[in-house]
Design a protein around this ligand. Structure first.
Ligand SMILES: Nc1ncnc2c1ncn2[C@@H]1O[C@H](COP(=O)(O)OP(=O)(O)OP(=O)(O)O)[C@@H](O)[C@H]1O
Ligand SMILES: [Zn+2]
Length: 688
């Protein structure tokens, strides 16, 4: 009971551990009434945690003395009702507690600072000097299709058209960014805040530069344009988050976590490259930032623009059914043509030809021709490292990871064998660790080897590799991209990291080597992902229409006749989507069915399986199908066995209703399965 000194009872969302079973907000005693959304600090067990005062009736257990709040962040205005609604929705939908979600998405520093320290940060924000000296931007004249798109979005900002999400379907290089800029301009002029989401941190500097250049004169106030992503320092992230929350930031650019920014005047949301899997969080609360952006916009009755040259099949289907409004940009800016796609048939090669199977002689010859013309080329291989595995020809030893069901990748530069799953790294052995044979050799190839082979085969060519390994240190990626933009690179070798979003002006030739793997994956989304990747990769070629030679995309495949490649060769996303959707429909797969995965991890596969098998028996529902447990695609990682079980329903609501009853039962079930280390429900999983 609240005592006289602390007469108010408040519900507070805190990050209580899942096994405690404390899933909703908890009750605390307070000396003052506080508005929902207020940030506070509360005791929980032996710890002190950040909490958010939540609305709704408290239900204190009779006779139990409530603990008082430890501190109140009273210098900070409370989070808005709309923010709390978003959290409530997301927590319910993705089956987490609001407290856990709030703690995961609020800036980490809020958990560490005292109210006094936070007040000091707020004062510091006030003292930020304005930048000044911004020049009036040059706005290009819109192409007719762009103008139409902007008009349709702007009409929604002005509020005179019923609001549907807009799917901006624009081919690569069609100027989608300019449409975002103009739409943002309209929202800013109406006094609203704008949120722009991009899939990858590495795209934020480029985007920030473009938005700053355009709006610096219009928004001269300090912190009027900010970014939010996980590569910021904790202090920067807090500062930018505060600026958004206080309404000082008018334009917020960020990665998926920015969908949870507190934005009191939000008037427009843009989701660029909406098809990108990076919008789905892959641990903790496994939310989809794209889907939440759509929900948030709907809740606030503000427009949301989902842009892509290769929309997700979910969004495409919504456009087909009329739930989303499709706005098309069918041509490239400046009338440039999309690259001609050449499907190079690997079966046509004489057995001995080519430097290796990846760098075929005809491909090398083409690269050489482009080089002689002074053109830039991109070679795309979605596998980093030197070789995916090291092999002993004597005893058949392979460089497996002792902790995972995966090979360790050979990285030649630092002579290591590295597991890309658990990180386990060792020096490359001098001889086979099994039989002592000195003749151990790499099999297959990654970007590092491709870079080496290209350098050898084309002496004098300036070859640059961009992948997760080459860009580990801060600033490296920016420097490398700049070199490409400045024309200091002849041949760029890279993973999917370089295929998306970058406005490379000089590339005229793109080659995809070894893309076939994904055609035969057990994951039903693999073809969709491969198609998007290749379309995006090809989209980096010929973006400058003034180039003399025709731009080209070269795809080296053993399966030329595959429908996916045939659609790619014609740049026919619509046909690809139609075929895939027909397959999905007949197989009862998303977007025609709704899925969740229950994942379990344990030291043994048996223990994980026992938990899943028992879980399947907890609840029967004739509208919901629970499949048998199967091992994860990489079953063992860091000595932990991973199993999963698919749950399917034809209607979203049915699945949600099932999960609402199931998850509390799973929490109880877990207590009987001590050997299970972790379990999680993944709603709308992306990788199966
Ligand atoms: N109306 C315009 N007039 C002149 N240039 C423009 C116009 N609109 C866009 N551009 C330029 O066209 C290029 C391509 O635009 P942008 O990068 O926005 O393409 P995109 O549609 O986002 O492509 P992708 O899907 O490949 O990322 C950019 O260099 C941009 O500055
Ligand atoms: Zn490993």
């Amino acid at each position: 009971m609240a005592d006289a000194a602390a007469p108010f009872v408040l519900r507070v969302a805190v990050d209580a551990p899942q096994h405690s079973g404390l899933s909703g907000p908890l009750d605390y005693a307070s000396e003052q009434a506080l508005t929902p959304g207020s940030l506070v600090r509360v005791p929980l067990g032996k710890r002190e945690l950040l909490g958010v005062v939540w609305s709704g009736e408290s239900s204190p257990a009779a006779g139990l003395a409530l603990k008082p709040l430890t501190a109140v962040f009273d210098a900070l205005p409370p989070l808005g009702d709309d923010w709390c609604r978003l959290l409530d929705f997301a927590a319910g939908y993705y089956q987490r507690s609001v407290g856990e979600l709030a703690s995961a998405v609020l800036p980490p520093q809020l958990r560490e600072l005292s109210p006094e320290q936070l007040a000091a940060r707020l004062r510091k924000l006030e003292r930020k000097p304005a930048k000044g000296g911004a020049v009036e931007p040059v706005r290009p004249d819109l192409a007719p299709e762009q103008a139409q798109a902007v008009e349709r979005i702007a009409a929604r900002i002005a509020g005179d058209v019923a609001i549907k999400p807009v799917l901006l379907f624009g081919v690569t290089g069609s100027g989608k960014t300019e449409v975002y800029l103009r739409a943002a301009e309209a929202a800013l002029a109406a006094g609203r805040q704008v949120l722009v989401l991009v899939p990858e941190i590495n795209l934020t500097p480029q985007l920030e530069a473009r938005f700053t250049e355009r709006f610096a004169a219009l928004l001269p106030e300090p912190l009027a344009i900010v970014s939010l992503h996980s590569a910021l320092t904790p202090a920067q992230r807090l500062q930018n988050w505060l600026a958004a929350h206080l309404g000082r930031a008018r334009l917020v650019l960020g990665t998926r976590l920015a969908v949870f920014a507190s934005l009191p005047d939000l008037g427009l949301i843009v989701v660029d490259e909406e098809h990108d899997p990076s919008y789905k969080q892959q641990d903790g609360a496994r939310y989809s930032a794209r889907d939440l952006a759509v929900w948030r916009a709907h809740d606030l009755k503000v427009p949301v623009v989902l842009g892509s040259a290769t929309p997700s099949l979910e969004s495409w289907q919504h456009a087909e059914s009329g739930r989303y409004e499709r706005v098309t940009l069918a041509s490239r800016i400046g009338g440039g043509a999309l690259p001609k796609v050449k499907l190079f048939d690997m079966k046509a090669l004489p057995p001995s030809a080519g430097v290796t199977t990846a760098l075929t002689a005809p491909l090398l010859a083409e690269l050489k021709r482009r080089l002689e013309r002074g053109e830039q080329s991109l070679v795309f291989l979605n596998r980093r490292g030197y070789a995916p595995v090291l092999h002993c020809g004597e005893c058949q030893w392979k460089s497996d990871c002792p902790h995972c069901s995966a090979w360790r990748v050979f990285h030649k530069r630092d002579r290591t064998l590295r597991c890309h799953h658990c990180g386990f790294t060792e020096r490359v052995p001098q001889a086979c660790p099994n039989c002592g044979n000195h003749d151990i050799a790499p099999i297959g190839r990654g970007t590092e080897k491709l870079e080496e082979q290209l350098t050898e085969a084309l002496p004098g060519a300036r070859v640059l590799r961009i992948d997760a390994d080459s860009t580990r240190r801060k600033g490296e990626l920016e420097a490398q991209l700049k070199a490409v933009h400045d024309g200091e690179v002849d041949i760029l070798v890279g993973t999917q990291m370089v295929t998306k979003g970058h406005d490379f002006r000089r590339i005229r030739f793109v080659a995809a080597v070894n893309p076939d793997g994904a055609l035969f994956s057990s994951d039903f989304r693999a073809p969709e992902r491969l198609f998007a990747l290749l379309m995006q990769a090809g989209g980096r070629a010929g973006r400058d229409a003034s180039g003399e030679s025709p731009s080209e995309m070269w795809v080296q495949t053993w399966h030329r006749d595959h429908g996916l490649y045939q659609a790619l060769a014609r740049h026919d996303y619509e046909r690809f989507a139609r075929d895939q959707l027909a397959e999905r429909q007949s197989a009862g797969l998303p977007p025609f069915a709704h899925l969740a995965l229950l994942r379990a991890e344990a030291r043994t596969a048996e223990a994980a399986k026992a938990f899943l098998t028992a879980a399947a028996e907890l609840l029967q529902d004739s509208h919901v199908l629970v499949y048998p447990p199967v091992p994860h695609a990489v079953a063992r990682v860091a000595d932990v066995e991973r199993m999963q079980m698919l749950v399917e329903a034809s209607q979203r609501g049915r699945l949600q209703a099932f999960l609402r009853d199931w998850v509390p039962a799973l929490i109880a079930l877990k207590r009987e399965h001590k050997a299970v280390l972790r379990w999680a429900v993944d709603v709308d999983p992306l990788a199966i």
